[in-house]
Design a protein. Structure first.
Lengths: 256, 327
């Protein structure tokens, strides 16, 4: 009970710090803008295609051809936006000395990390909620299926969580939030493009690399499939990231 | 209440704290005195559980800060060297947040926040953002933060640093008023502060404890002999020679400065030669202008125990003394 309260105290503080400065609003606005741009591109493409298909007597699937495409591109937006969400989490506390307050309070490192993670997740969830406006328009004008949209959002949330856990880890390694931001971006980029090499690696290598790629696991979610395999992958990725963050915070403590 | 046992802290090859041990009894104010870089902050960080010791252990209210960190931390309030404020929170929001992570029961939070704000004289800044506070207010918000969960033990790292003279006096009064209910360890490199606020002093230098005692005892203990300052109006007479013949007087030297007739009269420890001095002077018909015991100031003791080459230091200390005297 108490530990849950501690986690929420930290998460609340993190969320408030995003919205106390323009940062939170800028990030949400930027996310909505980029999402909207992808949405617009896919919408035009979808409109053209459905016209063509209508001439042939068929109907184009909104879920398949529009929503899925947009969701896949969210990975690109995350790539640019998430480093800005996580870069200050630990780095700023270390620079300003507030980390001394946290580490000398009767709360555990894990509670602090979970709180920070939940706070960042809260901001990311707010970003996704804003994008729901675009999707809502589709529901108003067409009749897409709801299930792939919901599982798609769940997939995005989980994938975002993976990136956040990596970002948190990198932020815990440095005092300088710019360094944290740049490093996080570089690592995200690597995680994102790792499966580009898949084809050159032969069958076994491809399997492994594809499995490791964060973005590969999103695909089934956007199709409306809830596969435990992918949920387990994302959950263990997040757990591992947060675990490494805990180790990093602890080793910092020993080094002083 | 606080027990530090053979604590050593090494950073790589550098030993920041070397085999430090001391105890603080309940309700006591202990001054932690030492030049910058002596290991004060490191020792305090170990006590508060911010970092573990390389060797030895520290106990707060019987709880080992390393093996039972949560119990120890619940009983400790800590003001680090730089007050750990979040710039984008108001003072009230900040204290509310701290009360949450310090396990203050939800029902008591509001009253605790109001109480500590009154206590630290920051109520007028309650809705101001921490980033907009002056140095003095930041320090006091830091102090309020340390008090919010009514801890048994208060660890204050240079609580008066950066304050103006009036604030320094107020802060010291506040700290003194907290003793009794709270056990306090405060660090400083300003010497008069220790004499004014603390009941006991630990002098630390280069990571080692060089002296532990009350300020008064330290003053007398470190002096081998009693010294009187005497100024007589005895034109033409050998006043110094006459004083030296008084029983109990071991040595008479002319005092520094150009003042004629001023002497430093040393006597054996434990003998009070003041009456004899006065009688002799008056009997000879000289004028007794001044007679006072010379006590070694804390500055001198400090220098004596912390430096090898005293000669290099007085200038710096004199500066600090003036700073402190300006209060």
């Amino acid at each position: 009970m108490n530990s849950v309260r501690n986690v929420f105290a930290i998460a609340g503080k993190e969320l408030r710090s995003y919205f106390a400065s323009p940062m939170g609003y800028i990030l949400i606005g930027l996310f909505a803008l980029l999402f909207g741009m992808f949405f617009r591109v896919y919408l035009t493409m979808f409109a053209e295609q459905s016209q063509r298909m209508a001439m042939g007597g068929g109907t184009a699937n909104v879920n398949e051809m529009l929503i899925r495409g947009v969701f896949h591109n969210v990975a690109i937006i995350i790539l640019f936006i998430m480093p800005m969400v996580t870069m200050r989490t630990y780095a700023e506390e270390k620079r300003s000395g507030t980390i001394e307050l946290l580490l000398t309070s009767p709360i555990t490192d894990l509670q602090i990390i979970l709180g920070k993670f939940l706070g960042a997740m809260g901001l990311f969830a707010a970003m996704l909620v804003v994008t729901a406006i675009d999707i809502a328009i589709l529901f108003r004008l067409g009749n897409p299926e709801l299930k792939p949209v919901l599982t798609g959002y769940l997939g995005l949330l989980l994938m975002g969580g993976c990136f956040l856990s990596v970002g948190l880890l990198i932020s815990s390694l440095t005092k300088n939030q710019i360094v944290a931001g740049v490093m996080t971006f570089a690592v995200f980029l690597m995680l994102w493009i790792v499966n580009w090499f898949a084809d050159s690696l032969g069958p076994t290598g491809r399997e492994i690399v594809n499995y490791l790629s964060i973005t590969e696991h999103l695909d089934d979610f956007t199709k409306g499939i809830l596969d435990t395999k992918h949920i387990v992958y994302y959950a263990s990725f997040i757990t591992f990231g947060l675990f490494l963050t805990a180790k990093s915070v602890d080793s910092e403590r020993w080094r002083g | 209440m606080i027990e530090v046992q053979h604590v050593t802290k090494r950073y790589g090859r550098v030993t920041a704290v070397d085999d430090v041990s001391f105890r603080v009894e309940k309700g006591e104010i202990l001054g932690f005195l030492g030049p910058n870089g002596a290991g004060k902050t490191t020792t305090m960080r170990i006590l508060t559980g911010y970092m573990p010791a390389s060797e030895g252990k520290a106990l707060i209210a019987g709880y080992d800060v390393f093996t039972h960190p949560l119990e120890a931390k619940r009983r400790t309030g800590y003001l680090p060297e730089t007050p750990p404020l979040y710039p984008d929170m108001t003072v009230r929001e900040y204290l509310d947040f701290v009360s949450r992570i310090k396990a203050v029961p939800p029902a008591e939070r509001k009253t605790r926040v109001t109480n500590v704000m009154a206590r630290a004289h920051i109520a007028d800044m309650a809705d101001r953002h921490c980033s907009k506070l002056s140095k003095g207010y930041r320090q006091r918000v830091g102090l309020a933060q340390a008090l919010i969960h009514n801890p048994d033990v208060l660890i204050l790292d240079e609580p008066t640093a950066g304050l103006d003279p009036k604030q320094i006096i107020e802060t010291r009064q506040l700290i003194r008023s907290l003793a009794g209910d709270h056990t306090i360890v405060l660090s400083t490199h300003i010497l008069p502060e220790v004499a004014q606020t603390c009941q006991r002093v630990v002098i630390i230098n280069k990571g080692r404890v060089v002296a532990v005692d009350t300020p008064d005892n330290l003053t007398s203990r470190l002096k081998g002999a009693e010294t009187m300052f005497v100024q007589v109006d005895a034109p033409g007479a050998d006043a110094g020679g006459a004083l030296a013949t008084i029983p109990g007087v071991s040595r008479v030297v002319a005092a520094d400065g150009a003042t004629p007739g001023a002497f430093e009269v040393e006597s054996e420890r434990g003998t009070d030669v003041r009456r004899e001095l006065a009688r002799t002077i008056v009997n000879r018909g000289w004028g007794l202008l001044e007679l006072r015991p010379m006590r070694m100031s804390l500055e001198e003791i400090f220098l004596q125990v912390t430096t090898d080459e005293t000669a290099q230091e007085p200038a710096r200390v004199a500066e600090e003394t003036q700073e402190a005297a300006g209060e």
